[in-house]
Write a protein that binds this ligand. Sequence first.
Ligand code: PMP
Length: 402
Amino acid sequence: MDKIREDFPALNQLIHGLPLVYLDNAATTQKPLAVIEAIDGYYRNDNSNVHRGVHTLSQRATDAYEGARATIAEYIGAKSTSEVIFTRGTTDSINLVAASFGGTYLKAGDEVLVSEMEHHSNIVPWQLICNRVGATVRTIPVTDAGELDYPAFKASLSTKTKLVALTHVSNALGTINPVKDIITEAHAMGIPVLLDGAQAVPHGRVDVAELDVDFYCFSSHKLFGPTGFGVLYGKREFLEVMPPYQGGGDMIDVVDFAGTTFNDLPYKFEAGTPHIAGAIGMAAAIKYVNSIGFGFIQNQEAGLLHYATQQLTAIDGLRIIGEAKDKASVISFLIGSAHPYDVGTILDKFGIAVRTGHHCTQPLMKRFGIPGTVRASFTFYNTRAEIDRLEIAIRKAAAMLL
Ligand code: PMP
């Protein structure tokens, strides 16, 4: 563990005179040296614009950029690199599908099915496009335990449903949704499925071919890579018939005032100079994760989740929001009537970083009748000793606030 923690320089610092306890991994993860050095190396040695360059630096940058695409495609089990579109992140990926797929195929009276536990980025893009075309965003309710109401999901599918857009893992509750069953159910009615995988890819192997998912969206920065970069995986059969999202350089074949033709996949959806260092950094992050291995990561996270749940539930007045049977290493909680923001502020004084608020899931907070939660999210570099510090600090915060 010491060796792993040394890979993450940001973990090794004092906050208000105390060693940092970083438990905000669901918001963004810290970056290992392998990622920092890959980005540094690219800017120091190979910096150049990609594609069409004949000179050596451009060739190197293009090789690294397209090599990253191959690494990412392999990581998620995509059949081809042409199904891996580089975006600015999960939000951008969902907006791309909403604008391009939704803008083309959604008509008045149609429905897009989302759940009550969605992040705003898997709600608002659908509202924007549905409002434009006269379609409806329909919601699947969430149970008191924070699980998807599966019978309600099944009952919501109809001939009006044109897409199911669901989170794979909830950022606010940690709930892992039964996505394989959901996809099978939707496909039986000919309905495509988009998964928001922002919180899933850091916790386990995702195989898009095995899932048979139609669109899969995720961000690099929650997977130990740089911010502002992410991926849209899409099945070729959909991507081929979807119009471009944005126009500009790189996404074209021939531009003429009489009419423009577009580039092949995936470039048709990648207008403008891309985030080259982002792709390189994300590929380095994936290689790092592979070197640690999901066997270790999942074992570590399950142990931390179990231990933290046990320690925190022992605190008087502490209530955990989200008690799904299948849960990622996220604990959302409230203590008595204390406002999450006040709790988070006190925890920071003890060197502990957690996230407070609605976690970009306002409809979910409304569902539970709460203003927000305090969220501690763990990854493989966290330790039981850190959870002990969290527990002590929460007890002190409770004593101060209640
Ligand atoms: N969906 C979920 C479930 C998330 O947790 C997040 C990030 N909090 C997003 C979407 C948006 O990701 P990004 O801000 O990287 O686009």
